[in-house]
Design a protein around this ligand. Structure first.
Ligand SMILES: [Fe+2]
Length: 269
């Protein structure tokens, strides 16, 4: 739910409608498709947050330039890259192979898996840019409008978002899988996702997931499935003192808030 009249993270890339609010079924496919939708919407909101605020952050040479803003923004974008990688890593190494196994069709998820390749190089280029660019060198738009960070993001964002939309359609086709087996695989996948990475997960990904999971969104009240205490731990420990989380569109309890680098007058997406 948009927190004010100003532009927010419902665009430029549209969010995905939650399947469970339109369809009814006790079969686990609907729960899986809906949970995956929430996860993809987290990736879309964080990308939209970057795209909405990026143009408004003064860079070196601008009147209101503050190095701190750039350091925090680059950190935020780096966390987004890691979260996108992590999501696809869990799918490729665990969820997709397991689904292939219990369905008796090892190639079941080959489509989405191959789509991952379409944005991999772009993500890596962005990572390289983030790791090699000093705050005073950083530009959203380079000279003549090209060569800055936006250009790198633009080079692969459509491939990524097309994939995020298409994968939900694949999940919605999986009505013939054994519902119980599917549920077990999903529960294991959650455990795998939480185990992998410790420092990175708690300092760089969990604050992003919590701050980009809008709990007021259709059917998303219980996502992410973290213990109730998690937002407190993140706020007062893992995210404490880190200005990057200003760029999140929600607080750590999933409540929408206006974007920092957008003015109230900028209405619409
Ligand atoms: Fe996914």
């Amino acid at each position: 739910m948009r927190p004010s009249n100003a532009r927010w993270v419902e665009g430029p890339f549209p969010l995905i409608e939650t399947p469970s609010t339109k369809l009814k079924s006790d079969h686990f496919y609907l729960k899986a498709a809906s949970e995956m939708t929430h996860a993809h919407n987290v990736l879309l909101r964080s990308l939209n947050s970057i795209l909405q605020q990026g143009p408004n952050i003064p860079t070196s040479g601008d009147t209101n330039y503050q190095e701190r803003n750039i350091i925090d923004f680059l950190y935020y974008v780096r966390c987004w890259v890691k979260t996108v990688h992590h999501h696809h890593w869990v799918e490729e190494t665990f969820i997709f192979p397991e689904m292939g196994k219990f369905s008796g069709n090892p190639g079941l998820m080959d489509g989405p898996r191959h789509q991952h390749e379409s944005f991999q190089a772009g993500l890596e280029e962005l990572e390289e840019y983030l790791n090699s660019t000093r705050p005073d060198q950083y530009r959203w738009l380079g000279s003549n409008g090209s060569g800055g960070m936006k250009q790198i993001i633009d080079s692969f964002s459509h491939h990524l978002t097309d994939h995020l939309y298409a994968e939900i359609e694949v999940f919605l086709q999986l009505k013939d899988l054994d519902s119980e087996e599917y549920k077990k695989t999903w529960a294991k996948a959650e455990a795998v996702a939480k185990q992998s990475g410790n420092f990175t997960l708690l300092y760089e990904m969990v604050p992003m997931v919590l701050g980009c999971a809008d709990k007021t969104y259709e059917g998303a009240r219980h996502f992410p499935p973290f213990p109730w205490i998690m937002p407190y731990i993140v706020k007062y420990w893992f995210a404490a003192g880190n200005g990057a989380w200003r760029f999140n569109p929600c607080d750590f309890w999933g409540q929408p808030r206006p974007l920092v680098f957008i003015t109230e007058g900028e209405a619409g997406n």
